[in-house]
Ligand binder design. Structure first.
Ligand code: ZN
Length: 151
């Protein structure tokens, strides 16, 4: 697993330093705010859902490198996907982060780059950081006006 761990460090540092799709979409059709009070991470996700496809997605926020990197990777992963695909990815990612058992190889393959977050599975605090962006995405797809919190 050491290769995956090195890759994890690399990906977190890279995306933490220069987050992709950072900002706010002015013409967003869906948005949500997420808050992880345990760590102080905050995320605001805006997206354009058109004909059931995530045409564009952005996030802004502040917090630790793990939360920012995960939100950044989330935007890359769901852009261009259908709403159903984006939700399925959320389920897979959530599963990976919260299940204690062996990780299904098919699941890892579907998750692609997101699989590097397997490295934080043993750290419940970090899991909240890593899933914040995804919970916020899910709330945005629901167009839920209530801010999501990891608590
Ligand atoms: Zn955090």
């Amino acid at each position: 697993m050491s290769d995956l761990r090195d890759l994890y460090q690399e990906v977190i540092l890279d995306h933490g330093r220069s987050p992709r799709n950072f900002g706010v979409l002015e013409n967003a059709t869906c948005e949500a705010h997420g808050d992880n009070p345990l760590c102080g991470d905050k995320v605001h996700v805006t997206l354009i859902l058109e004909d059931g496809v995530v045409r564009d997605v952005r996030f802004e926020g502040s917090g630790c490198a793990v939360s920012m990197a995960s939100a950044s990777l989330m935007t890359e992963a769901v852009k261009g996907k259908t709403e159903a695909e984006a939700r399925a990815l959320f389920e897979d990612f959530h599963d990976l982060m919260t299940s204690g058992g062996e990780v299904d190889l098919d699941e890892l393959e579907r998750l692609d780059k997101l699989a590097v977050f397997e490295g934080v599975r043993g750290f419940p605090m970090r899991v909240k950081c890593a899933t914040l962006g995804w919970h916020t995405l899910n709330a945005a797809l629901d167009n839920d006006a209530q801010p999501v919190t990891t608590e």
